[in-house]
Design a protein around this ligand. Structure first.
Ligand SMILES: N[C@@H](CCC(=O)N[C@@H](CS)C(=O)NCC(=O)O)C(=O)O
Length: 209
C-alpha cells in the first residue's frame, strides 16, 4: 500500500489516524505542498485534482480523504465501519457535513497557526478573525450531537469521529476555541486517549522537528 500525503494537513491526518488504528504501515510518498509537487504531471495522473491524500492499494487508486476512510474501514473489516443500514446513512450524512461545513469552518486555524509558521510563512490574522463565527456555529451542532452519545454516530468510534476530529488534532497549538463546548471537549479527550491517536500525534510532532 502506498500513501501520497503531506502529514500535517487535516485530510492527511484522517488517513494517518485510520492507518494507525488498523496497524497498517503504508509506504509513504511525501508530496511537498509548499513546493507545489501536487501539481506535477506525474502526481496529476494519480489525482487530477492535484491534492493529497491519495491511497494506492493493489490496483486501486483513491482520492478524497473521506472515501479513503470509508474504503479502508470496509476493506479491512474494521469496527470503525457502519454496522447496519441506519449507521451507513449516518456515516454518509456526517462525512458530507464534515467536508462541506465543518472542514471549511475548522481547518483554517491549524493552517494559519501551525502549518504556515512551519513553512516560515506568517499566519493571516485577518483571515483567522473571520473563522470564529462559523466555527462556533458548527461546534454547537457537534456539541449537541455529542450530548446523548459518546461518539458521533453511536457510543462507539467510527470513521466519522476520525474525519471530524482531524481538524482538531492541533487544537491547543492552533488555539481553536473549543472551550465552552463540554460534550465536544469530552469526546476529543476520549479520542486523544486512544493509542493510535497518540501515536499519530507523536509522528506529526516528529515530522515538524
Ligand atoms: N476533498 C479533498 C480535499 C483535498 C485537499 O484539499 N487537500 C489539500 C491538503 S489538506 C491539498 O492537497 N492542498 C494542496 C492544493 O490544493 O494545492 C479530500 O478530502 O481529500
Amino acid at each position: 500500500m502506498e500513501l501520497f500525503t503531506y502529514s500535517l494537513t487535516c485530510n492527511a491526518i484522517k488517513v494517518s489516524l485510520i492507518l494507525a488504528e488498523l496497524q497498517i504501515e503504508p509506504e509513504l510518498k511525501l508530496i511537498s505542498l509548499n513546493k507545489g509537487e501536487q501539481k506535477r504531471i506525474e502526481f496529476l495522473s494519480l489525482n487530477p485534482n492535484g491534492t493529497i491524500p491519495v491511497l494506492k492499494d493493489k490496483d486501486k487508486v483513491l482520492w478524497e480523504s473521506n472515501a479513503i476512510l470509508f474504503y479502508l474501514a470496509k476493506a479491512y473489516n474494521s469496527s470503525l465501519s457502519a454496522r447496519n443500514f441506519q449507521e451507513e446513512v449516518e456515516v454518509m450524512r456526517w462525512l458530507n457535513w464534515q467536508a462541506s461545513e465543518w472542514s471549511p469552518a475548522s481547518s483554517g486555524f491549524a493552517h494559519h497557526r501551525v502549518m504556515r509558521p512551519f513553512w516560515g510563512l506568517a499566519s493571516d490574522e485577518e483571515r483567522l478573525a473571520t473563522l470564529d463565527n462559523s466555527f462556533k456555529r458548527y461546534a454547537e451542532i457537534l456539541d449537541q450531537q455529542l450530548s446523548w452519545q459518546d461518539f458521533l454516530i453511536s457510543d462507539d468510534i467510527s470513521i466519522v469521529d476520525i474525519s471530524v476530529a482531524s481538524t482538531l488534532m492541533f487544537w491547543r497549538e492552533a488555539e481553536i476555541p473549543i472551550e465552552g463546548y463540554s460534550n465536544l471537549n469530552e469526546w476529543l479527550q476520549r479520542l486523544e486517549n486512544q493509542l493510535w491517536w497518540m501515536e499519530t500525534k507523536q509522528n506529526l510532532k516528529n515530522f515538524m522537528i
